[in-house]
Design a protein around this ligand. Structure first.
Ligand SMILES: NC(=O)c1ccc[n+]([C@@H]2O[C@H](COP(=O)([O-])OP(=O)(O)OC[C@H]3O[C@@H](n4cnc5c(N)ncnc54)[C@H](OP(=O)(O)O)[C@@H]3O)[C@@H](O)[C@H]2O)c1
Length: 310
């Protein structure tokens, strides 16, 4: 297959390109920051520069590539600083998930491509009632907390637009598996506390497992929404101390809800105390996906072994 990967230079993009090429596919991969051109080419892909927010450029790039399949892995989350209003640091990513998705889908339509897979997100989105672990059939949060509505709307848009176009929206768990993962710095500096009872659930996925599920979704040409998460959704109070140990950091501090709300905002308190996790039963069943790291317990230890000894 000839696969057009938007966002090929990123954390998930690079692993995906590597695995696609390893399975004999041809890849045209896009980057956005000029120093990243070599990253994609070094993996054996054709590397092109693309701004997904430029629809004319997206159209031309897709038509020129003549792909059999299109993947959307573009986000603007590297090095973001979380703020009390999460919609603010996510603004560019929200545009990539709405305008960027629409531009890619329009180009796909014109190029006659229906094999499409796009990056969505599973954690912190499902309705905050009922059991702790949700399937793709369970409702999303109808009333996202203040400061997170735009990001929730953008992910809903992506899920709906991609599946209506016959593609698959992969609701990944929180990515980990690289030295510069978003949680590494804050946990090492003890800036990430257990808030309140720490009962909020998170779902994680190792980047290698996420890439493997993406390859399977492409090869099997599936349609619909899939939670691409590991086997063990877990409350903050369980996974955070394990992550701290894996990173050789001191144990996390504890913070009451009211203080966390003042410092970090509603979104952070919701994630820490009320969020639901996601079930991967559908992805395992329908994609025949086998995880190398079924739980973050062994995944964190493996991913950060070198950091710990450094
Ligand atoms: N996925 C989530 O919802 C989420 C949430 C919170 C934190 N994070 C953190 O973000 C990282 C996730 O990895 P990722 O692969 O999603 O992100 P990433 O490593 O930042 O990769 C994003 C990709 O999108 C590309 N891109 C950025 N702006 C673009 C634009 N305007 N047009 C086209 N392409 C554009 C980037 O290109 P260049 O690299 O060339 O600029 C890169 O290829 C992890 O470190 C994780 O901890 C993710």
């Amino acid at each position: 297959m000839r696969v057009f990967v938007a966002g090929a230079s990123g954390a998930i993009g690079t692993r995906l390109v590597d695995q696609l090429i390893g399975r004999g596919h041809e890849v045209i991969g896009t980057y956005h920051s000029s120093p990243h051109a070599d990253r994609v080419a070094a993996l054996g892909a054709k590397s092109i520069m693309l701004d997904l927010l430029d629809p004319a450029a997206v159209r031309q790039a897709v038509l020129d590539a003549e792909p059999d399949a299109i993947v959307h892995q573009a986000t603007a989350l590297a090095n973001i600083r979380f703020s009390r209003q999460l919609d603010t640091p996510f603004a560019q990513t929200n545009r990539l998930r709405t305008e960027g998705t629409d531009a890619l889908l329009a180009a796909a339509r014109e190029a006659g491509v229906t094999r499409i897979v796009a990056q969505s997100f599973a954690s912190y989105r499902y309705a905050r009632d009922g059991g702790p672990v949700k399937t793709e059939n369970d409702p999303l949060d109808p009333t996202p907390v203040a400061g997170t509505r735009e990001m929730n709307d953008a992910m809903r848009h992506l899920d709906a637009a991609v599946t209506e176009a016959g593609g698959a929206a992969l609701r990944y768990g929180g990515f980990y598996g690289a030295a510069n993962d978003g949680l590494v710095g804050p946990v090492r500096k003890r800036q990430m506390p257990i808030v309140g009872n720490g009962a909020g659930m998170s779902s994680f996925v190792h980047l290698d497992d996420a890439a493997a599920a993406t390859v399977l979704a492409l090869e099997q040409n599936v349609t619909g929404v899939f939670n691409v998460v590991d086997d063990e959704p877990a409350p903050l109070r369980e996974w955070l101390p394990v992550l701290a140990i894996a990173l050789g950091a001191k144990p996390p501090r504890h913070l009451p809800r009211w203080l966390a709300r003042l410092i970090a905002g509603e979104g952070a308190v919701m994630a820490a105390t009320e969020a639901r996790g996601a079930s991967n039963a559908k992805a395992k069943r329908e994609l025949d996906w086998t995880l190398r790291y079924p739980s973050w317990r062994e995944g964190f230890a493996a991913a950060y072994q070198s950091l710990r000894s450094a």
